[in-house]
Ligand binder design. Structure first.
Ligand code: AVJ
Length: 324
């Protein structure tokens, strides 16, 4: 029985195939330039370090986006429309959506995450705080097609993708990903997305080179994780964090630089690093408003409205798919 006002929560398990850490790490390290996908930052320690990053004075992204959502929640709700079906790919701890729920009053919220236990916990906590909200937690790899047949077919579908997570995608894959989102929300559907903006490079460089070295620890934690989970022997004292804004590509690049010529062993593999050789660990693309709108338009969206802070550091942009 489901009494209105009582907590309503459903769990849908699409059994996402977990990433193969070993295969992806070896593949990335054997190719030139060497790289490791940024999705592997987020083990328990990495997630803790990222939490710390979000509170750093130099790291303006999280607090600026939060302030934009808080300040404009009512207007966002008016523009997006109430009673929607709100889908959040990679919902994590479901903290950001809380800033919108009271104003937006969605009929249904669909948090999607690949991490089953975190998703379950986050959905239960959210549901306890918002008993009027119909929560359909979906354990899924959000880059896979999503079946929303459990949802009421008539409500407007809106995707929520905060945090400038889109910055981790290459622009072409970002377009493909948004086209997939466009498919899911369908004609008349919308997308509310947090996008970090191009700005003075000093601000960007500082945000990824904090003086207390938390970002360096976050980056180096990848090697620690490879050591403990893949039986490797990276010497963390012999790699250094290197992050800089690549103006030409419009992205922050994070690297780990080998401080000397060295060999590292991972299971049966030996990887030889030259002195100064890099492991590319992350790209974080920055866009102008016009650049990002053009990207979203290529994916089938129409720009509807956007919000930024007074210093134009960060943007929250709303798009729709024209109704047919
Ligand atoms: C979570 C991808 C938005 O690019 O700013 C923070 C990750 N990396 N500091 C970002 C990150 C280094 C973050 N995103």
């Amino acid at each position: 029985m489901n009494i209105s006002n009582a907590t309503s929560i459903a769990f849908h398990d699409y059994h996402p195939k977990p990433a193969d850490f070993f295969v992806e790490v070896i593949d990335g390290l054997l190719h030139r330039p060497r790289s490791i996908p940024p999705k592997f930052f987020y083990n328990e320690r990495g997630s803790q370090l990222f939490e710390q990053i979000t509170g750093l004075p130099e790291y303006y992204l999280t607090r600026t986006e939060q302030a934009i959502l808080e300040k404009n929640a009512e207007e966002i709700a008016r523009i997006v429309g109430r009673n929607c079906l709100l889908i959040e790919p990679g919902s994590g701890n479901c903290e950001k959506v809380r800033l919108l729920l009271d104003a937006l009053q969605p009929q249904t919220y669909v948090p999607m995450d690949i991490s089953r236990d975190h998703l379950r916990k986050a959905a239960i906590n959210l549901s306890a705080d918002y008993p009027w909200l119909d929560v359909h937690a979906s354990c899924i790899d959000f880059t896979q097609p999503l079946d929303l047949s459990f949802c009421p077919p008539d409500s407007q579908r809106v995707a929520f993708f905060p945090g400038s997570s889109i910055g981790n995608f290459e622009p072409d894959s970002a377009t493909r990903f948004l086209a997939q989102v466009a498919d899911v929300v369908g004609p008349g559907g919308g997308m509310l997305i947090g996008v970090d903006l191009k700005k003075d490079r000093c601000i960007l460089d500082a945000a990824y080179n904090d003086t207390t070295g938390v970002t360096a620890q976050f980056n180096l934690n990848l090697l620690q994780r490879i050591n403990s989970e893949l039986n490797a022997d990276f010497d963390l004292n012999h790699f250094t964090h290197h992050a800089f804004y690549n103006e030409h590509k419009g992205r922050i690049e994070m690297h780990l630089i080998s401080q000397l010529r060295q060999a590292v062993h991972i299971e049966q593999h030996t990887i030889e690093f030259a002195k100064g050789e890099s492991i590319h660990t992350e790209n974080s693309y920055k866009y102008t408003i016009e650049e990002f709108q053009a990207l979203a338009i290529r994916a089938g969206f129409v720009p509807v409205y956007l919000w930024t802070d007074a210093d134009a550091l960060f943007s929250v942009q709303y798009f729709e798919i024209p109704a047919c």
